[in-house]
Design a protein around this ligand. Structure first.
Ligand SMILES: [Zn+2]
Length: 142
């Protein structure tokens, strides 16, 4: 296992555009049409640099023809383990959170899918956590 020290988020995930996008996400929840606009390559390249061009799960790299993808550690659309919850939302509010983004190969990404098991299901957070000013708390602040 390699130790990963993620650097600063790409500009796209830090600016005013993303703040407006997050407001939209909070309204639309998992119906939000998630998009990096034309910045997907920038985000992916930053992840590739931080993850030393390796899948965060199996450590395979692109040399063997493996495609590395942006992976949402906490799934954005739905969580497989929440099937009993009628509002089976994923962690949509973390879709643009740099700390929620990893780099994985297509095989691992597909295998993980929307799975995000936690030790005790009753401890799962189902709604975004906001501060006293109504700003979204990202993973770092939780
Ligand atoms: Zn992998």
């Amino acid at each position: 296992m390699i130790k990963i020290k993620k650097g600063k988020a790409p500009d796209f995930l830090l600016g005013k555009t993303i703040k407006n996008r997050i407001k939209k996400v909070l309204k639309e929840k998992n119906k939000h049409n998630f998009s990096y606009d034309n910045k997907k390559k920038e985000v992916r390249n930053k992840l590739k640099k931080d993850f030393k061009n390796k899948c965060c799960y199996c450590e395979r790299d692109e040399v063997g023809g493996v495609e590395l993808q942006i992976e949402h550690f906490r799934p954005k659309k739905a969580v497989k383990e929440c099937k009993k919850n009628k509002e089976n939302f994923g962690y949509y509010w973390l879709a643009y959170d740099w700390d929620n983004l990893l780099l994985s190969c297509s095989t691992c990404n597909k295998k993980k899918g929307t799975s995000f098991p936690i030790e005790n299901e009753k401890d799962r957070i189902h709604k975004p956590v906001l501060d006293e000013k109504g700003n979204l708390k990202m993973i770092k602040n939780l």
